[in-house]
Design a protein around this ligand. Structure first.
Ligand code: PHE
Length: 460
């Protein structure tokens, strides 16, 4: 098939689409939980260092592979060195698994928007919020329907193509997301006593900085920047040669980090003021249990809740679109299928997997395995939590490690840098980047793998 390959219509469109991929549930809900768990400002500081020291260079390796080959994740590695095709295959598998649980959580978010729009009646008393959420996710059918709606929205955008679908939607949704976020931040910081929470967020206690903080920050940074799975290879493959990859990558990292920090400012002080810091480390259910409880106690809480879940939805949608696009481009290019066919072929196993996750939410149907979080011992985990640990703690770092080794030692940083510099661009920090990709990033990633798997610290 000799079709002309799609390209982004504008560089701002590319940056917004890639930022849309990066900015997701990870920024808004995982980040706040981690900030609280790892000691406020200390974590934010380590996170910023890791994003720019490791995340940005790894993102550049992906973008350069994509733009050089103009291929999907698997095809890109196959073109550069067929022996390394497995790297692309790891990426596609990781993405497929992530999307199947992302869609379910996306469905929960849709449900909560609906609940807020229709009056938000969770019942009374603290336990009501938890019962409402656990009752909802344990239902056999309803969460599946919301998940399917979420997936259908993604499919609709992806089938329309790169510039007509993804770019257009991102150009509209990302500014909306920023506006909603700013509205949430203003509401949060104007609550009486909010400054106490803000100062908790930004005060750095050096004793809180340790190896563990960096380990947590690296896992979070990779997931949040959407690196280590080949998303940026796919998105990079649509970037015209004249565009400056370094500048674009820097923009994506800055926007992603800014949104994470703003989201923490919108969430942490509110919870901190209303319920104390111990409510912050609740993990996955935090957004669906602690926050609605907090919103109910605030003036205008219903609308704040509505805006918040809408924000979460926009963030989740653009991220899920990028995952679907990476899988679809693999099928369309390697198996010569139309976009629609490829999406439908993906949708079937995805639905089965998502249904499995959704059904395992009821504790009676959980999986009794410690998997990659040995520190927490044997516990009943729903299947999506198991898969989340599997992707976050093993597959994503492993993907990032292979990308660095491939660019650093196989394809060569010289070739990659030549691609980054193509046409009229300069890459001043070429030597520093090359050192990071060849030595620093691989060593760091190996360290986190050692911490999470070898020592069983667990990241999530
Ligand atoms: N980066 C997204 C987030 O922060 C998640 C994501 C993971 C998106 C993997 C694409 C690929 O939520």
């Amino acid at each position: 098939m000799n079709q002309k390959r799609s390209q982004w219509a504008s560089n701002i469109g590319f940056i917004l689409a890639a930022a849309g991929s990066a900015i997701g549930l990870g920024n808004i809900w995982k980040f706040s939980g981690k900030v609280a768990a790892y000691g406020g400002g200390a974590f934010i500081l380590c996170y910023i260092i890791i994003v720019f020291l490791i995340g940005l260079p790894v993102m550049l390796t992906e973008l350069s592979i994509g733009r050089r080959t103009q291929k999907n994740v698997v095809g890109a590695f196959h073109t550069l060195n067929p022996k390394w095709t497995f790297c692309g295959v790891i990426g596609v598998i990781t993405l497929f698994v992530i999307l199947s649980y992302y869609a379910i959580v996306g469905g929960w978010v849709l449900k909560y928007i609906w609940v807020y729009l229709s009056g938000a009646d969770f019942g009374t008393g603290q336990a009501a919020y938890e019962n409402y959420f656990t009752g909802f996710i344990a239902k056999p059918v309803e969460p599946l329907i919301w998940g399917a709606v979420f997936l259908i929205l993604c499919i609709y955008v992806v089938v329309r193509g790169v510039s007509q679908g993804i770019e257009r939607v991102s150009k509209f949704l990302m500014p909306c997301l920023f506006l909603l976020l700013i509205a949430c931040v203003i509401r949060a910081v104007t609550l009486p006593g909010a400054m106490e929470g803000v100062s908790y967020l930004f005060s750095i206690h050096p004793e809180d900085i340790g190896m563990n903080t960096f380990v947590g920050a690296l896992g979070q940074a990779f997931f949040s920047l959407s690196v280590g799975m080949g998303i940026m290879i796919t998105y990079g493959s649509y970037v015209p040669k004249k565009e400056n990859l370094v500048k674009s990558a820097a923009w994506i990292c800055c926007l992603d980090t800014l949104v994470a920090i703003l989201a923490a400012v919108a969430i942490v002080p509110v919870v901190f003021v209303t319920m104390g810091s111990d409510k912050l480390g609740m993990g996955g259910s935090f957004a669906f249990i602690a926050l609605p409880e907090v919103f109910a106690q605030m003036p205008g809480g219903r609308w704040f809740g509505c805006f918040f879940f809408l924000l979460l939805f926009l963030a989740a949608l653009t991220s899920a679109i990028s995952i679907l696009e990476s899988c679809v481009s693999f099928l369309t290019e390697e198996f010569h299928l139309s976009r629609l066919k490829a999406t439908l072929i993906l949708a079937i196993p995805m639905t089965v997997l998502s249904a499995g996750y959704s059904l395992s939410q009821s504790s009676a149907r959980g999986i009794n395995l410690p998997w990659f979080d040995f520190a927490n011992g044997l516990q009943m985990l729903p299947m999506n939590a198991v898969m989340e640990k599997f992707t976050d703690n093993l597959m994503i770092p492993l993907g990032g490690l292979f990308f660095c080794i491939f660019v650093g030692w196989i394809w060569g940083t010289k070739n990659a840098a030549a691609e980054i510099e193509s046409e009229r661009n300069t890459f001043r920090l070429k030597k520093v980047w090359s050192f990071i990709v060849r030595f620093l990033a691989p060593v760091f990633i190996l360290l986190i793998l050692y911490f999470t798997i070898g020592l069983g610290q667990g990241l999530s």
